[in-house]
Design a protein around this ligand. Structure first.
Ligand code: WTA
Length: 645
């Protein structure tokens, strides 16, 4: 069974697209009629990109969890909402029906309330991929608290920064998390993050690994004990808080080209509408389908396409605790066969890594339940696209290449599975409501083709419902980052190509943001972390092409004295020290793949590092480094070239 606003043909896509651009307010208000509101809106859209100010469904009142849970209960109460596959395939999986999930969310909403959480409070969630994570997120939304989920791979320092930035008073965490053979002590990381913190009042801890944890009287409480109290009172409902359409739903921190990560803020109504609409249309979800998105809920993909998009559509969403290569590289394929998964949504980096294991782990798996495949997070190379198509989709499943960002909340450019044409390594056409435009460095629309395609910086001309609303606590930062580069345009930070037919191909970031295994990392952030090492004088970080990760991190480091003659051991040991430092400051995901010690960095006379040159060297280019005559010390380039790793 399909949905009333599901696009069923290419012609309908064209017609809906046109309607959405001609009259966005009419288009989205018609779709909004299909949701549950406590009060209807008086103004569908009010915006300007100058401030920026973006308001959708002004005047409306709602709670997103009533749309994700309550409204499905009558007809779909017994339908699985969440299937949970544990890290260890020997352990029992869990299935929560819509009714069960509703009850659990309501119970935990009571727990939040009993512990003092009120509407508008910030709750930091730092957990592994267990159902309690989904429950905690939804319970925050139900009580009107703003969740800020922090990916389990971030360090105590990163959490401390995020807690402070959001002025979060509450934390929900677990004792530990399983990932493959590892057991990660999350609560202990939280304890480190809380040293010196005077703002956090309560930490709610659920047990997963039953790792020993310190529980501080008055601050730390056990999830299970708190739930018991609610159960004793027989409470299985919790009235959903009435939220304004534009009230913030969550904060999610993401890296930019400068300074510390910023807290991207999404609002309740627009985000709900757009994640739901894109979920139903891009994946062509049919009731009863099993949707498996392999992302972590610590990233936007998990927020939008494990939780809010699928649940608001009454879908069955599969949540996987482990990793694709443990106990072996056939884990995804096992899961697909075990639950008869219909939609698989994963990242190019996962596909490339699994490709590396050959076809052995794929053989012996049926995979015939699959109907649609998807990718997200980075450009997919043609080889990986075809491997996915041939060996997983067996050439009968459309692949959707979905381009979007934390800031966009949902998918902006993608083919619609089986409805609009796919083109290997192209994200293809914009979703209804999305007006992409390619501009040159001055902001003028690209009018001339180069090698048969338009080439430029990717911007969006008008707001879609889940446009970023602000960066938490610093609206000016939101303006300068996204809306000030070009007048009246949202700037994505990506470069793109456009063909004759209006298809887009994303070529990658044009700013100083790296995309490592689909994770966004700012070069400035990594440099700051490396520079924290006592003996590092200066560093410069660039990306380089990496077969599996897409991009690797290449660091050029000036080490005090000489790295070769010092009292701290060999260059390799010093590299390990630097890795430790980065792991402490950001997390293991930001560890440089290569560290080259240099005696100087190529700088202009005004002292600016010429990253362009370093990028070329890291990419293996030795000849065409461009003009180096303006450098303070051109000799340093030769040295760096000769020492390339
Ligand atoms: C990149 C992830 C090419 C892009 C949803 C973007 C992609 C950044 C694609 C956002 C794609 C995402 N093809 N590149 N299909 N999808 N990207 O915020 O550079 O973690 O700006 O959101 O990932 O990363 P983020």
């Amino acid at each position: 069974m399909s949905y009333p606003y599901q696009i069923k043909s290419f012609e309908q896509y064209q017609a809906d697209y046109k309607r959405s651009i001609d009259d966005p307010a009419e288009f989205w208000s018609t779709i909004a009629e299909h949701f549950t509101w406590k009060k209807k809106w008086h103004t569908t859209l009010n915006w300007n990109f100058k401030e920026p100010k973006i308001e959708w469904f002004k005047g409306a009142k709602l709670n997103i969890t009533e749309n994700c849970l309550d409204r499905h209960l009558e007809k779909y109460g017994d339908t699985p909402a969440l299937i949970w596959e544990p890290n260890d395939p020997e352990e029992h999986h869990r299935i929560l029906t819509y009714r069960k999930l509703y009850e659990k969310v309501c119970q935990f909403s009571h727990v939040l309330k009993n512990n003092g959480v009120k509407k508008g409070d910030r709750v930091c969630i730092y957990m592994g991929m267990i159902p309690e994570l989904a429950i905690a997120v939804l319970a925050c939304a139900r009580v009107g608290a703003i969740h800020s989920v922090v990916f389990g791979g971030f360090s105590a320092q990163s959490i401390a920064d995020r807690l402070y930035d959001a002025q979060a008073e509450y934390i929900v965490t677990c004792d530990g998390a399983y990932r493959g053979q590892k057991d990660i002590p999350l609560k202990s990381v939280i304890d480190d993050a809380l040293i010196g913190n005077r703002i956090v009042k309560k930490v709610i801890v659920t047990t997963r690994t039953r790792t020993a944890v310190s529980m501080i009287k008055g601050r730390d409480v056990w999830w299970e004990d708190e739930i018991k109290k609610v159960e004793t009172l027989g409470l299985t409902d919790f009235p959903a808080e009435e939220m304004d359409a534009e009230d913030p739903l969550f904060i999610l921190y993401t890296s930019g080209s400068t300074g510390k990560p910023k807290g991207v803020v999404h609002s309740c109504a627009g985000y709900m509408l757009f994640t739901n609409y894109t979920f139903i249309n891009v994946f062509q979800y049919q009731r009863g389908d099993i949707h498996f998105c392999t992302a972590d809920i610590g990233w936007i993909t998990g927020h939008s396409y494990i939780l809010y998009g699928p649940l608001s559509a009454g879908a069955t969403t599969l949540m996987f605790e482990g990793i694709p290569t443990w106990p072996d590289a056939g884990r995804f394929w096992n899961i697909i066969d075990k639950y008869k998964v219909n939609i698989l949504y994963t990242a190019p980096t996962a596909i490339r890594s699994l490709m590396g294991f050959g076809l052995g782990p794929v053989h012996g798996h049926d995979l015939s339940s699959l109907k649609v495949l998807g990718t997200v997070g980075e450009p997919i190379n043609e080889e990986a696209w075809h491997w996915y198509d041939d060996n997983i989709g067996k050439n009968r499943c459309p692949i959707v290449d979905t381009w979007w960002q934390t800031e966009t909340g949902g998918i902006l450019i993608s083919n619609l599975a089986g409805i609009t044409p796919a083109k290997a390594s192209w994200a293809t056409l914009p979703l209804p409501g999305v007006e992409p435009i390619l501009v040159d460095d001055k902001g003028a629309e690209i009018a001339e083709k180069e090698d048969g395609v338009y080439k430029g910086n990717l911007c969006i001309r008008t707001p879609w419902p889940s446009t970023i609303r602000t960066t938490y606590g610093d609206h000016e930062r939101c303006r300068t980052n996204y809306f000030a580069t070009y007048d009246n345009l949202y700037f994505t930070g990506d470069g793109a190509l456009k063909d004759e037919d209006g298809n887009f191909r994303i070529t990658g970031r044009v700013d100083d943001v790296l995309n490592v295994s689909g994770h966004r990392i700012g070069t400035a952030e990594v440099e700051n972390a490396i520079n924290m090492h006592a003996n590092v004088v200066e560093s410069a970080v660039v990306g380089y092409p990496h077969d599996i990760k897409g991009q690797g991190i290449y660091a050029f480091v000036i080490y005090q004295g000489s790295h070769a003659q010092n009292t701290h051991g060999t260059a390799d040991l010093i590299r390990k020290d630097i890795h430790q430092t980065v792991t402490r400051i950001i997390g293991a995901i930001a560890k440089p793949d290569k560290i080259q010690f240099v005696s100087g960095l190529p700088k202009t006379r005004s002292g600016k590092i010429m990253r362009r040159i370093l990028r070329k060297i890291a990419e293996g280019e030795t000849e065409n480094l461009g003009d180096t005559t303006t450098l303070l010390d051109p000799g340093v380039v030769e040295e760096i070239k000769n020492g390339k790793l």
